[in-house]
Design a protein around this ligand. Structure first.
Ligand code: SF4
Ligand code: SF4
Length: 381
């Protein structure tokens, strides 16, 4: 049953999670932006803040309400808390008896991810397909994912760059959480509708002072959802990616390559990009060496280097690989889209490249280019 808590009740949830030994990671204002970071109390949520996002543009803006979740999605995703940017894989030491091999302990520090948007929940599901595959489970990811207590937050204030509604990943979370919060602020009344999605969520909610939701509460939450869908800043038509993929030699790829700096920002902020490379290092301690896994990007020339040079030697081929992998061939690999419509890659792109505009342009003009369609749907380089 849906329960309703006030602001003190929301703060109490944060307090209880911390009292249970969890580090609470929640949206908070840091360095002029809203990012997920550790908080010690509900007072550190972005109270009275929203943001303005667009291609290559992000600005915080004050609101005149005490809402905690009046922004769209944090500018950084939650990926780093499940798939850290740097992970020690192995450390070796040479000893008189031979080589000692030390594997890192995969057990995870206990965290609560608090205020996760629906698009980011969907992104975690995408990462699960990669890291929890039966044939090659990543032990560190598996430990972090299993332990993480997830408090989802419905989105009533989508940004200019959001398109989760057209990717069917939001704006209201419907699975994959321990608790889900819907913030309502109307006629000066401030309350939070809370659903539990697991036994541990229900047990925690039972410790908080709450009342049952009324019909008026649930109607207000439904209206907030509908309003968010109508005010989603961008859309991506499901028929456009396959149409674009049929035109792998379209001149639009040259056009976007001229604008793209191959900086990799889009892949770093993307909650589903998971590519990494390994780095070996030897430190100042004689005989000791380490191997680390570090985030990498398909926009770097090195990433596709096989003997003799990169397979994708041009920005055109790298952008096309990224876009068509996200939106087309990901379906073949994982049975779902690799894009959840969070819009972060649009905001973080220094030249404002917008994947929804690129894919729409390719789908719309592909047949007018004079280029023969590639009917295999394959991503070529
Ligand atoms: S491709 Fe862009 S919009 Fe899609 S999930 Fe990644 S960052 Fe978000
Ligand atoms: S699309 Fe934008 S963010 Fe991505 S690599 Fe190119 S310039 Fe950088």
């Amino acid at each position: 049953m849906t329960r309703v808590v006030d602001t003190a009740g929301l703060d109490e949830i944060v307090r209880l999670l911390r009292a249970a030994g969890r580090t609470v990671i929640a949206p908070t204002v840091r360095d002029g932006t809203i990012v997920p970071a550790e908080i010690e109390s509900g007072a550190e949520l972005p109270i009275g803040w929203t943001e303005d996002q667009n291609g290559g543009y992000y600005r915080l803006a004050a609101t005149d309400t005490p809402e905690r979740f009046a922004f769209s999605s944090p500018s950084d995703s939650w990926k780093r808390y499940l798939h850290p940017p740097r992970t020690l894989l192995v450390r070796t030491r040479s000893t008189e008896a031979g080589i000692d091999v030390e594997l890192p302990d995969p057990s995870a520090p206990s965290v609560a991810l608090f205020g996760v948007r629906s698009c980011d929940l969907a992104a975690m599901h995408v990462l699960d397909q990669v890291f929890l595959d039966d044939a090659a489970t990543d032990p560190g990811y598996a430990a972090r994912r299993a332990d993480a207590f997830i408090v989802a937050a419905g989105c009533a204030h989508p940004g200019n760059t959001c398109f989760c509604a057209s990717m069917q990943t939001g704006p209201t979370p419907n699975a994959g959480y321990d608790l889900a919060v819907a913030e309502l602020y109307d006629n000066g009344q401030h309350r939070f509708l809370i659903d539990s999605g697991s036994d541990r969520g229900a047990n925690l909610l039972a410790e908080v002072d709450s009342r049952p939701a009324t019909e008026a509460d649930t109607a207000a939450a439904a209206a907030a959802h509908d309003n968010a869908v109508q005010h989603m800043g961008r859309t991506l038509s499901p028929s456009d990616p396959p149409a674009a993929a049929a035109h792998t030699d379209h001149p639009r790829w040259d056009d976007v390559a001229e604008r793209c700096l191959a900086c990799g920002n889009c892949t770093m902020v993307c909650p589903t990009c998971f590519c990494s490379s390994t780095q070996d290092s030897s430190g100042l301690i004689p005989g000791e060496a380490e191997r680390w896994r570090v985030w990498d990007s398909c926009f770097t020339a090195d990433f596709s280097s096989v003997h003799g040079g990169p397979v994708r030697s041009t920005t055109r081929s790298r952008y096309r690989q990224w876009l068509l992998h996200k939106l087309v061939t990901w379906h073949d690999q994982f049975g779902m889209s690799g894009c959840v419509g969070c819009g972060r890659c649009i905001t973080a792109c220094p030249v404002g490249i917008d994947l929804t505009a690129e894919i729409a342009a390719l789908a719309r003009s592909g047949s007018e280019s004079g280029e023969a369609p590639n009917t295999t749907n394959a991503t070529v380089t």
